[in-house]
Design a protein around this ligand. Structure first.
Ligand code: IMP
Ligand code: MG
Length: 172
């Protein structure tokens, strides 16, 4: 498989700064807890939280629904958050929405932990796949992407490519 650049590191940085400003403005009067969805959200979350101009708590949850390039249709929570989420204003940060299943499950998971509020931010949204399932978008989205497999900036293909600074489309 070959790869083609979809978003350069400069384009990503510009969009992350815009998202950080919007999120800062929304959470201005709410104590914010940023929860990264590991492992794919690692690069995006590291950059995004530094663009949020507010004090915040940081935690993570480890979840996955993919093996290779296929969703296995089941969200597996491999590590739970450390913090007690009761009454917290949570911002879930993930790399990408494909079917929408993972993010929707995680929003419900945090609501069941009695969070005061659960918002979500994803860098990429495969809108056509998500809409087919009738699932909601994240509250903040960086870019819409085609319904194809992408890697880099945290996103992997069988654990490869996570450390690419840009986001690439896998092509045959
Ligand atoms: P969903 O549950 O189908 O929305 O899948 C979301 C999760 O699958 C994301 O958090 C990613 O970790 C992974 N994923 C979905 N599409 C891609 C992709 O194109 N490249 C890499 N990982 C992906
Ligand atoms: Mg993921």
């Amino acid at each position: 498989m070959a790869e083609k650049t979809l978003f350069s590191s400069d384009e990503i940085a510009g969009r992350v700064a815009e998202l950080g400003a919007e999120i800062s403005s929304y959470f201005r009067n709410r104590p914010l807890t940023a929860v990264t969805v590991m492992t794919g959200g690692i690069c995006f979350a590291a950059d995004l939280i530094r663009q949020i101009n507010l004090p915040l708590w940081v935690d993570y949850i480890s979840a996955s629904s993919y093996r290779g390039t296929q969703s296995c249709g089941e969200v597996c929570i491999k590590a739970k958050p450390e913090l007690d989420c009761t009454g917290r204003h949570i911002l879930l940060i993930d790399d990408i929405i494909d079917s929408g299943f993972t993010l929707n499950c995680l929003v419900e998971y945090f609501k069941k932990l009695d969070a005061a509020e659960v918002k979500s931010c994803v860098l990429l949204d495969k809108a056509s796949a998500r809409q087919k399932n009738g699932l909601c978008a994240a509250d903040w989205t960086g870019f819409k992407v085609p319904d194809a497999f992408v890697v880099g900036y945290g996103l992997d293909c069988d654990e490869e490519f996570r450390n690419s600074a840009d986001i690439r489309l896998m092509t045959d």
